[in-house]
Every structure is written in structure tokens, then in C-alpha cells.
Write a protein that binds this ligand. Structure first.
Ligand SMILES: NC(=O)c1ccc[n+]([C@@H]2O[C@H](COP(=O)([O-])OP(=O)(O)OC[C@H]3O[C@@H](n4cnc5c(N)ncnc54)[C@H](OP(=O)(O)O)[C@@H]3O)[C@@H](O)[C@H]2O)c1
Length: 249
């Protein structure tokens, strides 16, 4: 565990696979208590058993579809109460798909916005309300480098991540005055099943979910306000993002 953080209670949305799952395993190995949510409860049950066998740390799970924004506050509120309070909420649940402007993918694009923007904002609200009551806490949003650089066939996804990234920046200004930290973690390419039919592991500078999760856990423990993951090479390349000529994309 990082010297700047004692064992905490950390809630992660979208913990059934990919980054959320790897982050849960990494944070459990560092001694943190976890509250894990996603739609696929059987996967969360398997993960809970794996964590308890490997690390013996406490894990509570709850089914939650963040795109149904009315259920986010009550379900998370119940999980916070079961855990005896949460110190950190990682707003990670998200979806992506290859879409094409004007080619019949509107429904898919609206679902991306509903999950990645409306669902994520509803999660931040629920976390912030809990933290305001406790007088402390840490909201961690998983946005993307897609918030900084548009890509063809990713219009809705890039728009969703840009919206969420800006939301986090504004939330940091509001909540900082109340002693609540807000982090915006922007992954580059992390090898997961995020996009059907796309092997993210083959994209430039891709890292495994385990490596990404290890860097993210360090950033969370240090309460870094804004960071790209993996730091190398995205930290170096960050100023160029948003300025890459279309012919290279
Ligand atoms: N992989 C990358 O290269 C990359 C890069 C930048 C940003 N990100 C972001 O990282 C986050 C995690 O993605 P990932 O790569 O780990 O993909 P993933 O393996 O597909 O994981 C997505 C997670 O989100 C959950 N989820 C999806 N829709 C949900 C909903 N409506 N309600 C609740 N949970 C939902 C899924 O669980 P259920 O299906 O069980 O609900 C799953 O646990 C996303 O926000 C993604 O945009 C990923």
C-alpha cells in the first residue's frame, strides 16, 4: 500500500470484467475493503471468491445497471450502508462500440451516451452526496484519452468521454471546497473486451489490464487529480492529442 493512504473502503462500478476487475484484484492485494457493482452478478460472485481466497479481504457485491439512472443512488446508498461507509468511489462502468455517423447506429450511440455520461454522472452524484454527509471522500472517474483526441467510428464514445472528463473537472472545483477529492484517470489502450471484434491489445502502446490497474491504484492512493495511463508514452504525447492530423487516424 502507498504510504499516503491507509486501508480504505473502495467502491468500483463495472467491476465484472476488464479494468474494473483488475483494479479490484490490485486494490484487494493492497489491503483495501471493496464494494463491487456491475450488471453480471455471477461474474462478481466469482471475483469475490477469488479475492477472498487470495487476500482474505472483505468484498461486498451489488447488481447495478448505471444506465437506469433512477436505480443508481438507491443501490449505491444500500451498498455504502452495508460497507459502513465508502471512502472512494471509482466511476468505471462504461461501454464502447464501432459506430458510423449517418449509417444507422443512432440507437447504439445513444446507449453509449446514456451509460458513459448519464450513468457516470448519476454515479458521481450518489458518491458526492455520501461524501458530503461524511465530510470527506474521493471520486475517481475513468474517462479516456478519447476525451482529448477524436477518432473516426468513435464519435459517440469520444463525445461521451469528453463530456465526462469536463464534468469531473467541474465537480473537482465544487467538491474540493468541501474536502472531497476528484480524480480524472484517462486510460490509453488497455487490453480488455470493451469493443466487440476489436483486439485492443494490438493497438498502439496497449498494456494489460493488470499493468493498467497497478498504475491506476497508485494514482488513486496518491489522489492524483488528472493522469493518463499508462504514463509512458501518453504523458509525453498528451500535448499532441487533439492535434493529430486526420490522415493518421
Ligand atoms: N480498455 C481501454 O482501452 C479503455 C480506454 C479508455 C477508457 N476505458 C474505460 O474504462 C472503463 C472500463 O472499460 P474496460 O476496458 O474494462 O471494458 P470492459 O471489460 O467491457 O468492462 C466494462 C465494465 O463496465 C460494466 N458496464 C457496462 N455497462 C454497464 C451498465 N449499464 N451498468 C453497469 N455496469 C456496466 C461491465 O459490466 P456488466 O456488463 O457486468 O454490467 C464491465 O464490468 C470504461 O469506462 C471504458 O470506457 C477503457
Amino acid at each position: 500500500m502507498n504510504a499516503t493512504m491507509n486501508a480504505s473502503t473502495i467502491v468500483i462500478t463495472g467491476a465484472s470484467s476488464g479494468i474494473g476487475r483488475a483494479l479490484a484484484l490490485e486494490l484487494a492485494s493492497r489491503g483495501h475493503t471493496l464494494g463491487l457493482t456491475a450488471r453480471r452478478l455471477p461474474l462478481l460472485k466469482t471475483l469475490r471468491a477469488e479475492i477472498q481466497a487470495a487476500h482474505g479481504t472483505r468484498v461486498e457485491i451489488a447488481a447495478l445497471d448505471v444506465s437506469d439512472t433512477d436505480q443508481v443512488a438507491p443501490r449505491l446508498g444500500k451498498l455504502f450502508a452495508t460497507l459502513g461507509g465508502a471512502d472512494v468511489v471509482v466511476v468505471n462502468a462504461g461501454i464502447n462500440a464501432m459506430t458510423q455517423v449517418g449509417k444507422g447506429t443512432l440507437a447504439q450511440e445513444l446507449q453509449i451516451l446514456q451509460t458513459n455520461v448519464a450513468g457516470a454522472i448519476a454515479t458521481v452524484h450518489a458518491a458526492a452526496a455520501h461524501f458530503i454527509e461524511r465530510g470527506q471522500g474521493h471520486v475517481v472517474g475513468i474517462s479516456s484519452i478519447a476525451a482529448l483526441q477524436g477518432v473516426p467510428k468513435q464519435a459517440a464514445y469520444c463525445a461521451s468521454k469528453a463530456a465526462f472528463a469536463m464534468y469531473l473537472d467541474c465537480a473537482r472545483m465544487e467538491l474540493g471546497r468541501k474536502g472531497i477529492a476528484v480524480s480524472n484517470i484517462r486510460p490509453g489502450y488497455i487490453s480488455t473486451d470493451l469493443v466487440d471484434g476489436v483486439d485492443i491489445g494490438k493497438l498502439p502502446f496497449a498494456v494489460s489490464a493488470e499493468k493498467g490497474a497497478c498504475e491506476m491504484a497508485d494514482l488513486i492512493e496518491k489522489r492524483v487529480p488528472d493522469a493518463v495511463v499508462p504514463a509512458w508514452p501518453w504523458k509525453l504525447m498528451r500535448p499532441a492529442l487533439g492535434h493529430i492530423p486526420t490522415r493518421f487516424l
